[in-house]
Design a protein around this ligand. Structure first.
Ligand code: ADP
Length: 621
């Protein structure tokens, strides 16, 4: 026998369970039954794939056994079991992504909030320690010897080989005394067990058996009906919610439930859920997708990526296909035209469901977009076929309604009569965008501008040409044409006046800027920097550099406000003194620095800028 230590994150999680104030302790049984059911699915699948596997699949089931005298409760399955290494890896360690982050959040939160967090994380096997002070697990994998694991959940566990373990896994809980104050029911009561199983695990398709009295024959206590195969009118919201928990390991209620079926050449039924909260690992690379594939009620695989594109990875649920072989592999699925067709339908249905929420349940829609909008926008790049449908359900912060996101349809509705473009500006935060000089003229003229601050926004705006006939136009790139005919004529005059000056500025700043020109977008700032239509934006440039990409410095255009006293003053001084004047050259440099600072950018040489500015200020005193 060996005594091993739990990995430190596992230890923290266990401590949490032992001292849990979580009021819904009944849920431990759901976790154990759910694991048992998964183990049965896996064994059946394994025997399909590997004909040489020696295992008995004639009576796959879950058995719940109580011993009132010994105060133990055992959940037994004759499924896939675990090897010794698996027991150590799966039970002694927590490899779940996001664990560290989760524990950190827990530390920071108060008790009440931590309950939700525990629920969101899904605690699985460890929840046994909410109700038991010792847990014994005996398991055997068809290709390995049996193993016995035991722990009180405090720091260490023991593990030893056992000779005659039956196929599958049994988990025996040595129950804490019943204590209503601590939400601990009497879990040796078969009535209580039946109630919990009915409530949490009725839809599990494997039989769950329990002997109701001492010495009696065990009977099946769940109805075993696949939820997606029952008529929608007969399934209650609670049943959906329970099933959702089973497939998602998320204890919150789903935001929306979607049922679909397809008939004809390829028959399938689907039961999908949109969660109400994004998982902690939504933006982590290794995260899995949430749709399970069944064939004729038989579980085939988790995370069936052939059925749901990555940008909808948060959608959970089940697709049950009638006409696939039970032996179907991922490789075959990838090539299957029917599966591709089903996937297209599921995607359309999810997007149209969200669109329905916008109209019928605006609050649910807001939750949806807040939680998942960042992921959905990836689809603007990866799923061009559904671009319009995605744009239809998107919303964005805007200058129109402080803080409140707007849809594109609402933006278009508010557009001025002669407005051709949907104006937007990207940046790392709302504040940077709102304070940027680029916004001035648009704001002065009453144009609405979308404020795009998600990193993904930088990517899709370049790829998506427009929305319902209106093109997207960055206000920080290219020429923004906001002038009336009259203004244009005046601008041309000006251009002539300033021509020499602009040329001198361009030459003076040639190392730093591509061009110096007059601006029509500024009202109160003296100058701003803008990109050419196809230049990288400063945020993108930063992102690429942060990812370690080597980029040549991106030179941008300096625009001057010909109505600003600083610029007219500089223009006059240039006319009087000529371009050789050292102080003027420094002023040109300062104007460029101011423009960079105004958009929240970095100065090429901050200490030089500060010295020049101090000297110039000094001279004004
Ligand atoms: P989760 O079920 O959320 O993955 P658990 O802590 O409940 O987390 O279980 C961890 C892993 O241990 C499972 O993913 C599974 O691989 C394995 N496991 C748990 N219970 C059983 C069981 N009864 N039979 C076989 N494997 C099991």
């Amino acid at each position: 026998m060996e005594t091993l230590e739990f990995q430190s994150e596992a230890r923290q999680l266990l401590r949490l369970m032992i001292h849990s104030v979580y009021s819904n302790k009944d849920t431990f049984l759901r976790e154990l039954v759910s694991n048992a059911s998964d183990a049965l699915d896996k064994l059946r699948l394994e025997t399909f794939r590997d004909k040489d596997l020696v295992a008995d699949t004639s009576d796959l089931h879950v058995a719940v056994e109580v011993d009132r005298e010994a105060r133990t409760l055992t959940v037994r399955d004759n499924g896939i079991g675990m090897t010794r290494d698996e027991v150590i890896g799966l039970i002694g360690t927590i490899a779940k992504s996001g664990t560290a982050e989760f524990l950190q959040k827990l530390k920071e939160s108060k008790d009440a909030a931590s309950q939700d967090l525990i629920g969101q994380f899904g605690i699985g096997f460890y929840s046994s320690f909410m109700v038991a002070d010792k847990v014994t697990l005996v398991t055997r994998h068809p290709r390995a010897e049996g193993v016995r694991w035991e722990s009180t959940g405090e720091g260490t566990y023991t593990i030893e080989d056992v000779a005659d373990a039956p196929q599958g896994t049994s988990v025996t809980l040595h129950l804490k005394p019943a204590d209503p104050e601590d939400h601990l029911a009497d879990y040796t009561s078969t009535a209580k067990i039946t109630e919990i199983v009915k409530r949490y695990a009725d839809f599990i398709t494997w039989p769950i058996r329990l002997a109701k009295e001492d010495g009696a024959e065990p009977t099946t206590i769940n109805s075993r009906k696949a939820l997606w195969a029952r008529p929608a009118s007969e399934v209650t919201e609670d049943e959906y919610a329970e099933f959702y928990r089973h497939v998602s390991h998320d204890w919150n209620k789903p935001l929306e439930t979607i049922r679909m079926h397809g008939e004809g050449v390829f028959e399938y039924q689907a039961l999908l859920f949109i969660p109400s909260q994004a998982p902690l690992d939504l933006f982590m690379r290794e995260r899995k997708r949430g749709v399970q594939l069944y064939v004729k009620r038989v579980f085939i695989m988790d995370d069936c990526e052939e059925l749901m594109p990555e940008y909808l990875r948060f959608v959970k649920g089940v697709v049950d296909a009638q006409d696939l072989s039970l032996n179907v592999s991922r490789e075959l699925l990838q090539q299957d035209r029917q599966i591709q067709l089903v996937r297209r339908r599921l995607v359309k249905k999810v997007l149209s469901t969200v669109k329905g929420l916008m109209a019928d349940k605006p609050e649910s829609y807001e939750t949806f977009w807040r939680e998942f909008g960042g992921a959905v926008k990836e689809g603007l790049l990866s799923d061009p076929d559904n671009r319009d449908a995605i744009l239809d359900i998107a919303s964005f912060a805007s200058t129109a309604d402080a803080g409140k996101p707007t849809t594109l349809a609402a933006y278009v509705e508010r557009m001025k009569d002669d407005q051709q473009h949907v104006y937007y500006m990207t940046g790392d935060s709302r504040a940077t965008v709102e304070n940027s000089p680029h916004l001035e003229a648009l704001r002065a003229k009453g144009f609405e501008v979308l404020i795009l601050t998600d990193p993904i926004d930088e990517m899709w705006v370049d790829a998506v040409p427009g929305y319902r006939g209106k093109t997207f136009q960055s206000i920080a790139k290219g020429q923004v044409d906001l002038e009336t005919e009259e203004e244009k004529a005046r601008a041309q005059e000006r251009q002539k006046d300033f021509a020499d000056f602009l040329e001198w500025m361009s030459t003076t700043l040639t190392d730093r800027v591509k061009e110096v020109r007059l601006s029509s977008r500024l009202t109160t700032s003296p100058a701003c920097v803008v990109g050419d239509a196809h230049d990288l934006t400063p945020t993108l440039e930063k992102m690429y550099r942060a990812m370690g990409q080597e980029l040549p410095p991106v030179k941008r255009i300096l625009e001057l406000n010909p109505d600003h006293a600083l610029i007219t003053g500089l223009h006059k001084a240039f006319a009087d003194r000529g371009g050789e004047d050292a102080s003027l050259v420094e002023s040109a440099e300062l104007v460029h620095g101011l423009a960079l600072l105004a958009e929240g950018g970095d100065l090429p040489d901050p200490s030089r800028f500060v010295r020049l500015l101090a000297e110039h200020l000094e001279r004004t005193l």
